[in-house]
Design a protein. Sequence first.
Length: 101
Amino acid sequence: MIKALMGSALALVVVVGAASDADAFSRKRTTVGPYGGQSNFSANVECYGNSCTRNATRRGAYGNTVNRSATMTCEGGACVKNSSTEGPWHRGISSSTVYTR
C-alpha cells in the first residue's frame, strides 16, 4: 500500500517538475483474471503551471468502485500533495503531504 502511494506521489512530482503551461494525459487499463473477472482502471492528469491534478477510478471484478483524486503544487523547493479516496471501504479518506528537496 505504501509503495503504491509513494509511486503515485512520485509520478505527480515528476509531472509537476516537467509540466509546461498546460499538459494533460490519460491512462486506461483492463485486466482479466483467470476465471474471467474483469477489473478496469482509468486516470486523467492535468497540469497548469506549477500544479497538477490526478483523478483515477478503479472498478473491481465485483463492481466495487474506488475514486481517488490528488492535487500537487510545487513552489520554492517544496511540493504539497492533497489527496482523497472514496469507495466502499474508503469513506472520505483525505491526506496532505509535504515533499522537500
